[in-house]
Design a protein around this ligand. Structure first.
Ligand SMILES: COc1cc(O)cc(C/C=C(\C)CC/C=C(\C)CC/C=C(\C)CC/C=C(\C)CC/C=C(\C)CC/C=C(\C)CC/C=C(\C)CC/C=C(\C)CC/C=C(\C)CCC=C(C)C)c1O
Ligand SMILES: C[S@@+](CC[C@H](N)C(=O)[O-])C[C@H]1O[C@@H](n2cnc3c(N)ncnc32)[C@H](O)[C@@H]1O
Length: 342
């Protein structure tokens, strides 16, 4: 990861002159670039292209606003739109494609995320980039299960209750989550639409809200949630550091950040096979099942652009989280990062 001298954002692979550790260079580099953008660049531009210093500065400035969309270099402004198009295009086939590509393994990864979270009745969850609701539905099931266990324990303790009272306690649907709520926030209308349809079909009525919003600018107050999750989402966000800061802002003190994301494979044999599988099979599956080679090419390319476990851990710490840890799953094909707002 390197920090963009002009914008101050972290980028996975953009080649910048300043090494990450060189704080002074970063500081003066940014100050210098602000001065240049503010007053000198317009003047130098007037004598374009005959001015070699100006030409170099302009090309540096153009480079600085670049980021990645898979292996393609695009402007930061373009990236959001391109990501939107990808998920608009894959939304209808999203769930079936995940099962096909991973042979159902993505379900185990998501279950593990919930076990790590271990929510209790009353937990307020924000699931960012929540798409078609896989994390939200698991959360509701988990909390419902926990609530039933708690109710059973309480009922056993109150042995003098009548059968009517017991039945009533079980049937009170409003209370089946013990006050827990999950808000699914996603930037893409089509993904949320599929999520809502799934929720209706599965009979989820309470404790669930669908919100259109950007991870970089969350439409929520400070200190609102107990847990923030983002599964397979942060890789697609243009300014990851901004999204992490927003995660920190909306969590209550003591709240937990959990991220499930593709990461770096730590076994050379698995890595070779995984690369072969990713580049030779996944886009083909995308084309055959969803008629969409490009979106799945973006998927495998974006996985390779995402920072390593350690680099991402540092970014989470930079956003203010403490006790940051990660756990590799399936040889590091994915990792779960965890951090606390203390
Ligand atoms: C646009 O953005 C997106 C769109 C989306 O729909 C989803 C997402 C977000 C993504 C997810 C939620 C999950 C997506 C899942 C993946 C990207 C796949 C993750 C991969 C695995 C869990 C499997 C890991 C695979 C390996 C370690 C390599 C093993 C590979 C092989 C044995 C095959 C090697 C391939 C070749 C030699 C190429 C030629 C082969 C063929 C033509 C035969 C095709 C073979 C198959 C279909 C077999 C598939 C095998 C597996 C899945 C292996 C499972 C076994 C293990 C885990 C060891 C999003 O952002
Ligand atoms: C691969 S899907 C993950 C969906 C779900 N979390 C899951 O695990 O199945 C990535 C999601 O990130 C969303 N996304 C991309 N950029 C976003 C942003 N800036 N803010 C919020 N959501 C975003 C996409 O719309 C898409 O629904």
């Amino acid at each position: 990861m390197q920090r963009d001298v002009l914008s101050g954002y972290w980028h996975p692979t953009v080649n910048m002159a300043a090494p990450r550790s060189c704080a002074l260079w970063d500081y003066y580099g940014r100050r210098w670039s602000r001065v240049m953008r503010g007053c000198w660049l317009p003047r130098l531009r007037s004598s374009w292209p005959g001015n070699p210093l100006g030409a170099r500065l302009l090309s540096q400035q153009n480079q600085a606003t670049k980021t990645h969309f898979g292996f393609e270099t695009v402007s930061e402004e373009e990236k959001g739109g391109k990501v939107y198009q990808v998920f608009e295009s894959v939304a209808k086939n999203y769930d079936v494609m995940n099962d096909m590509m991973s042979l159902g393994i993505h379900r185990i990864w998501k279950d593990l995320l919930l076990w790590k979270m271990h929510p209790f009745p009353g937990t307020q969850l924000l699931d960012v980039a929540g798409g078609t609701g896989d994390i939200a539905f698991r959360f509701l099931n988990y909390v419902q299960g926990q609530h039933q266990i708690k109710q059973k324990r309480q009922l056993r303790a109150q042995q003098n209750l009548s059968w009517e009272e017991i039945a009533q306690k079980y049937q009170n649907e409003e209370d089946s989550l013990g006050g827990s709520q999950v808000m699914v926030c996603d930037i893409n209308k089509e993904m949320l639409k599929i999520g809502r349809q799934k929720a209706c079909a599965r009979g989820y009525k309470t404790g669930l809200a669908w919100i259109l919003g950007d991870a970089e600018e969350l439409p929520f107050d400070d200190d609102k949630f107990d847990v923030y999750t983002i599964a397979f989402g942060i890789r697609n966000v243009t300014h990851i550091d901004q999204a992490l800061q927003e995660a920190h802002r909306v969590l209550k003190p003591g709240g937990r950040f959990l991220c499930l994301e593709f990461s770096q494979v730590n076994n050379p044999l698995v890595s070779r096979l995984y690369d072969l599988y990713s580049f030779q099979v996944i886009p083909v599956l995308g084309e055959v099942i969803a008629g969409d080679w490009k979106s799945y090419q973006y998927l495998v390319e974006s996985i390779r652009q995402f920072p390593s476990q350690e680099e991402f851990k540092e970014m989470i710490e930079d956003a203010g989280f403490q006790k940051v840890t990660y756990e590799n799953l399936t040889s590091g094909i994915v990792a779960i990062h965890s951090g606390f707002k203390l």
